[in-house]
Ligand binder design. Structure first.
Ligand code: 2BA
Length: 109
């Protein structure tokens, strides 16, 4: 069994959960915040049997889209007058950031 931890954009989360549930995957959805943009994103936890792992990854890859986001720089630079002003930056946020772990035990009480 594997544990998939997928960090996705909020815009894709609902469709992704539906797509996974429709195929019989169990999903836990967490409301999370990215450290760099300080904006909300969604983290999904999926415990999947090894033979169903690729199926889950295919759904994640198909549903989650990369997007450009404009954000205020997290580290403002000093302007000409020595005043620190935030400036807008454009970052490409990935469709999904996925961590995969082997599960040693899976227990339900
Ligand atoms: P954030 O930390 O808010 O990052 C959003 C996007 O900002 C990132 O997209 C990346 O394009 C950019 N970014 C992040 N850190 C940066 C930096 N130090 N300098 C310049 N640009 C930077 P993604 O890489 O697709 O990441 C999307 C979200 O996935 C992240 O949101 C974070 O919540 C999570 N994530 C990504 N890599 C991670 C990791 N190694 N460990 C834990 N969470 C991660």
């Amino acid at each position: 069994m594997k544990l998939i931890i997928a960090i996705v954009q909020d815009e894709d989360a609902s469709r992704l959960v539906s797509g996974l549930m429709d195929e019989g995957y169990s999903v836990t959805k967490l409301a999370t915040t990215g450290g760099f943009l300080r904006a909300g994103n969604t983290t999904l936890l999926l415990g999947v049997e090894d033979d169903r792992f690729q199926g889950a990854m295919s759904i994640i890859e198909k549903v989650c889209k990369s997007r450009k986001q404009i954000a205020t720089s997290p580290s403002p630079v000093a302007g000409a007058a020595g005043v620190y002003v935030p400036y807008p930056i454009e970052v490409m946020v990935g469709g999904a950031t996925v961590f995969v772990m082997n599960v040693e035990q899976f227990i339900k009480y």
